[in-house]
Design a protein around this ligand. Structure first.
Ligand code: NOJ
Length: 742
């Protein structure tokens, strides 16, 4: 018997895909572009597994998600290869968001490193662990710009800025995909597009985004991810300007394919195709499948009863062309072929264990966390603490000792026992010479509506309702009072951030602020540690506490990173990837807004609250001290289309080696559109040794100076005067001016 052409590795993936495509029935084609959830409800696990296995066997499933165990991956793969008609391997996808077994800091924390190298390395480890257990594809990175911190998924992205967001997106794609060899996975930037703009920060709500915001703010991270070679894109759930993103031909074809140049395959978000009916856009499931596919969506992710299962009917009724189905199937087959799945479909179950438990992965998780911490405030050099001068440290707050919360949301395959909490980290670091006394203090109230992820995760710790707040508060205050210093850890539980975790306030939940007030009143110096994935109301702390450290959800070895930073083994250098408002009423507040009719009054717009943010975008302090000088341009006058170079000297005038994130901002004084007061156009995280100076250079040309204008409905670069600032935050005051002539 001759071997079919699609099995011949000497042919190109495209030739092999064409051959295979010609052998498939219409039903089998629909099957290749259908992806099933494998067991999401532990209560009905056996039944769901049976349904999925049957779909694989009969050619009705080409991909499965949520498999995270090597033996299950191999078992399903064996069914596909040995029991289905053509033996086409499955593509196995999973949400590998910030690690698989080794958990790295949450994505917003990765963004706070402002280091594409660090981010790429972290995600390459996540990819290695994922691939070892048989996962081929991650539903990450989330590259949605988030400007409303009520939206819980801000934690999964890179914050408010398109330039930082683009750099972080590209770094993650490079880390996940690498050269797509045996240690890498396909990356799927999501959610295309505009999901972060959900009205009111309410998850899944519709988004109304102007063209100018779409092109200038929401699309650049996707462009960067596509340019970095992302093999997949996930479509969003919500209506974008009245049309569901997952059924939007303009978005999925004109923008994604024709404009951004994407040539991989598009998957829907979970059940987003069926949801076209739920959202009252499609008439029925057949209509939903036909319209999603025709719009440019290649694969449906679904729980059950896929809309794509109705595609054969839709073809028969003339509602979709079989050629459109062929295009989608071909893209999916090419992805499988490029990954080498026809040659190597299985994973090594024995080896997978040593990969996911590799000590060097844990060490990298710690190093990454160290780079992500943001020192928000540090008066009178409160930090770092000097262990030699301390006899006792109080550690207060449930989050200080919660293994599960330290990991953050969107992790399913961790081993909670491996987690080093902040309390563990401080105890380890301080040893026996300093007495560390822990008090959990007040509880953190549970979510009103349980998170649907909690049932996936038996390790979720919830103690709020099980203890006496008043007694715990008194004990915490007593412990703080009796200690030389109190490290008070406040924040939100991990399931109060993430998907389906919108918040109506930015207040710290429960009585955490009241407890902080009582601790501050004891006179014991306080170091406030904030564990959240979004800004919270820190007005009291900013006024009354001398040191504040934002630690996000720092991951498996997060507690070591926090302890090392508090005690000065590490100098913090993370910077905020978003503007930190004072109060929920400030939301949305971004640094890159336009000038107003009353520029002088910009900082005085509320009568009941300061109009400035609590901390500006790009803010983050250091134990070292940096001075910026000698800002210069290679050419102070250029023509439209030409480039110059911005150069600055950054001196470390302290006695500590440290990193600094050098940031370049511009503003144009007049032009086709009004432009933001400040706009980040470049950044570099550099290490500057104590007493040394580094010269940092940034290119500045059409890429940085052009933008999409609603006046011309296209990209323009103006002849104008451009203000330039370089410094360690968006409040940088060292400036110069560039003239751009026509
Ligand atoms: C829904 C989420 O919106 C998406 O980000 C995720 O990848 C899928 N569920 C699959 O878990």
């Amino acid at each position: 018997m001759t071997v079919p052409a699609f099995r011949d590795p000497a042919l190109t993936p495209e030739q092999r895909a064409d051959d295979l495509l010609s052998r498939l029935t219409l039903e089998e084609k629909a099957g290749q572009i259908t992806q099933y959830f494998y067991v999401i409800d532990p209560e009905a696990a056996d039944e769901q597994a049976r349904v999925v296995e049957d779909a694989i066997r009969t050619g009705r499933a080409g991909s499965v998600l949520f498999v995270r165990d090597a033996s299950v991956a191999n078992r399903l793969q064996r069914i596909a290869i040995e029991e289905s008609r053509h033996g086409i391997p499955l593509l196995l996808g999973f949400d590998v968001i910030h690690g698989l077994r080794t958990i790295f800091p949450v994505p917003i924390a990765l963004a706070a490193t402002w280091s594409p190298e660090v981010i790429e390395r972290a995600q390459s480890v996540a990819a290695r662990e994922a691939r070892a257990v048989g996962i081929h594809w991650t539903f990450a990175p989330m590259v949605d710009i988030a400007r409303d911190p009520r939206w819980g998924r801000m934690v999964e992205g890179a914050g408010e800025d398109p330039v930082l967001g683009a750099a972080v997106a590209a770094a993650q794609v490079r880390g996940f995909q690498g050269d797509l060899s045996a240690e890498h996975v396909i990356a799927g930037p999501k959610h295309f597009a505009g999901y972060g703009a959900a009205r009111g920060g309410r998850d899944y709500d519709d988004a109304e985004i102007s063209d100018s915001e779409l092109w200038n703010v929401y699309l650049p991270p996707f462009q960067a991810a596509v340019d970095a070679g992302a093999g997949n894109v996930m479509s969003a759930y919500m209506d974008l300007n009245g049309v569901p993103a997952s059924g939007n031909n303009w978005l999925l074809t004109d923008v994604l394919r024709d404009h951004l140049g994407f040539d991989g395959f598009v998957v829907s978000d979970a059940d987003a195709v069926r949801s076209l009916r739920t959202q009252h856009f499609a008439r029925d499931l057949t209509d939903a499948g036909a319209r999603a596919l025709s719009a440019g969506l290649d694969m449906e992710m679904c729980m059950a009863d896929p809309a794509f299962g109705h595609l054969p009917e839709a073809v028969a009724a003339g509602r979709v062309a079989e050629a459109a189905i062929d295009t989608a199937v071909r893209r999916v087959l090419i992805a499988k072929l490029r990954m080498g799945l026809f040659e190597n479909p299985f994973t090594d179950e024995v080896a997978s264990t040593s990969v996911v438990t590799a000590p060097e992965h844990k060490a990298l998780a710690r190093a990454t966390a160290e780079q992500s911490l943001v020192l928000l405030k540090n008066d009178a050099q409160t930090l770092p603490l000097d262990a030699a001068r301390l006899a006792s440290v109080a550690v207060i707050g449930q989050l200080a000792a919660s293994k599960r919360d330290t990991l953050g949301p969107w992790v399913f395959d961790h081993d909670t026992e491996e987690v080093v909490t902040i309390l563990d980290g401080l105890r380890q670091r301080l040893g026996d010479s300093v007495a560390v006394e822990y008090a959990p203090g007040v509880g953190i109230p549970r979510r009103l509506v349980p998170s649907f992820f909690d049932n996936q995760d038996p390790s979720v710790e919830e103690t709020a309702d099980d203890h006496d707040d008043e007694a715990e508060l008194r004990r915490a205050v007593g412990v703080a009072e009796a200690s030389d210093v109190a490290v008070v850890v406040v924040g939100q539980r991990q399931n109060q951030a993430g998907e389906f975790a919108s918040a109506s306030t930015l207040d710290l939940p429960g009585r955490q602020v009241e407890q902080l007030e009582r601790i501050v009143a004891t006179g014991t110096p306080v170091v406030l540690v904030v564990m959240t994935g979004r800004p919270v109301d820190l007005r009291f702390a900013e006024k009354n506490v001398s040191a504040i450290l934002q630690v996000w959800y720092p991951g498996t070895r997060g507690g070591e990173a926090v302890a090392a930073t508090i005690l000065g083994d590490v100098t913090p250098a993370g910077k905020l990837p978003f503007t930190w408002p004072r109060h929920v009423g400030h939301v949305p507040m971004i640094y890159s807004h336009n000038r107003t009719f009353k520029p002088a009054d910009q900082g005085r717009r509320y009568w009941d609250e300061e109009s400035t943010p609590l901390y500006v975008f790009g803010h983050g302090l250091s134990y070292a001290r940096f001075e910026y000088s000698n800002l210069r341009l290679d050419a102070e006058r250029i023509r439209v289309g030409q480039s110059t170079v911005v150069t600055v000297d950054v001196s470390n005038v302290s006695t500590r080696d440290a990193d600094e994130v050098v940031q370049l901002y511009i503003h144009q004084r007049y032009g086709t559109s009004s432009r933001p007061l400040r706009q980040l156009v470049g950044f570099q995280r550099v290490t500057v040794e104590a007493g040394n100076m580094r010269t940092v250079r940034f290119p500045l040309g059409p890429d940085e100076l052009s933008y999409w204008s609603a006046a011309t409905r296209g990209r323009v670069q103006d002849a104008t005067t451009v203000d330039i600032w370089v410094g360690g935050s968006s409040a940088a005051d060292l400036g110069t001016v560039l003239e751009v002539t026509g």
